[in-house]
Write a protein that binds this ligand. Structure first.
Ligand SMILES: C[S@@+](CC[C@H](N)C(=O)[O-])C[C@H]1O[C@@H](n2cnc3c(N)ncnc32)[C@H](O)[C@@H]1O
Length: 250
C-alpha cells in the first residue's frame, strides 16, 4: 500500500511526547493528508522498509568528494540509517550522528558496528531545534535529506543551532536541499554535480515493491522497464546531486 494510505491517526501514538510536540504541533493530524507525517511514522513503524529505499537512493559521488577530508569533528543531524554517516566515518576522526527516531538509530548502530571505522561515530538522540552539542564543537555540521524550513524539521531555530555548533571557519552543509531559495536567502551557496543518476534497487522485485509504496504513479513504468536500476526522472524526484553550504564566520 502506498505511503499516503499506509498509516492512520491510530498510529500517532508511536510518537514520544518530544516527537509529538514537533510533528503534531496542533495536537493531532491525519497522516493520510500529511505525507511528511507519514514519513515520520514510516521511520518508527517500518524502519527497515525506509532503509531499503535510502540504500537504493545513493548520493552523487561528487557530493561525497566535495565534503572536507581529514577533519577532526563532524556533526550530522537527522542521520537516519546512515546513508551519509557511513561516508563521514571515512573523513572525520570523531563523528556525532544525531537522530531522533530510535528505530533508525538502532539500524545505524548495527551498520557502524560492522564497519571498519564505525568506532569513529557516536549515535545520539536529538532534534535540529535543540542540538545536544556544545558551541563551536564541529568542523563540519551537515544534514542530508533531513532539514526543511518547517519548525518541526529544522526551521530558523534548527539552522541557528547547526551554525552554533559549527566552529568559526568551519562549514555547515545541507545536502539534497529541497528549499534552496530559503537557504540562499540566509547566505548559503549552492553546488550541483552533473550526470545521469538512477535509483539502484537491490533487485527488480525490490524496485517494483518499493515503487508501489513510494512512487505509486511510476510503478507501472518501473514494471515495464523490468530492471533494478531506475532513472530518478522515471520516479519523478530530483536526484541527490546537490548541496547548499556556508562557511561560518571566523
Ligand atoms: C529522509 S530521512 C534522511 C536520513 C539520512 N540523513 C539519509 O540521508 O539517509 C530524514 C531524517 O530526518 C530525521 N528528522 C526528522 N525530524 C527531525 C528533527 N526535528 N531533528 C532532527 N532530525 C529529524 C528523521 O528522523 C530522518 O532520519
Amino acid at each position: 500500500m502506498d505511503l499516503r494510505r499506509r498509516y492512520t491517526a491510530a498510529d500517532l501514538g508511536v510518537f514520544t511526547p518530544e516527537e509529538a510536540s514537533r510533528f503534531l504541533p496542533q495536537g493531532d493530524a491525519d497522516p493520510q493528508h500529511d505525507v511528511i507525517l507519514a514519513w515520520e511514522l514510516l521511520y518508527r513503524l517500518e524502519p527497515e522498509l525506509y532503509d531499503r529505499l535510502a540504500s537504493a537512493e545513493r548520493l552523487h559521488p561528487g557530493i561525497v568528494d566535495w565534503l572536507p577530508r581529514d577533519v577532526d569533528r563532524i556533526a550530522e543531524v537527522g542521520a537516519g540509517t546512515g546513508r551519509l554517516t557511513m561516508e563521514l566515518i571515512e573523513r572525520g576522526r570523531h563523528v556525532v550522528a544525531v537522530e531522533p527516531a530510535l528505530p533508525l538509530r538502532l539500524i545505524l548502530q548495527r551498520k557502524l558496528a560492522a564497519a571498519d571505522h564505525g568506532h569513529r561515530a557516536r549515535v545520539i538522540h536529538g532534534f535540529f531545534d535543540q542540538l545536544p552539542l556544545p558551541d563551536d564543537s564541529a568542523d563540519l555540521v551537515v544534514a542530508c535529506s533531513a532539514f526543511t524550513p518547517a519548525a518541526g524539521h529544522g526551521g530558523e531555530t534548527g539552522l541557528a543551532e547547526m551554525e552554533r555548533v559549527c566552529r568559526p571557519g568551519g562549514c555547515v552543509a545541507i545536502l539534497w536541499p529541497n528549499h534552496l531559495g530559503w537557504l540562499t536567502a540566509r547566505g548559503y551557496r549552492y553546488v550541483s554535480f552533473p550526470g545521469r543518476m538512477s535509483v539502484e534497487f537491490a533487485s527488480y522485485a525490490d524496485a517494483v515493491e518499493l515503487a508501489e509504496v513510494f512512487f505509486p504513479r511510476s510503478a507501472a513504468e518501473v514494471r515495464r522497464l523490468g530492471r533494478r536500476t531506475v532513472p530518478f526522472e522515471v520516479l519523478g524526484i530530483n536526484p541527490p546531486r546537490d548541496l547548499a553550504f556556508k562557511v561560518a564566520a571566523g
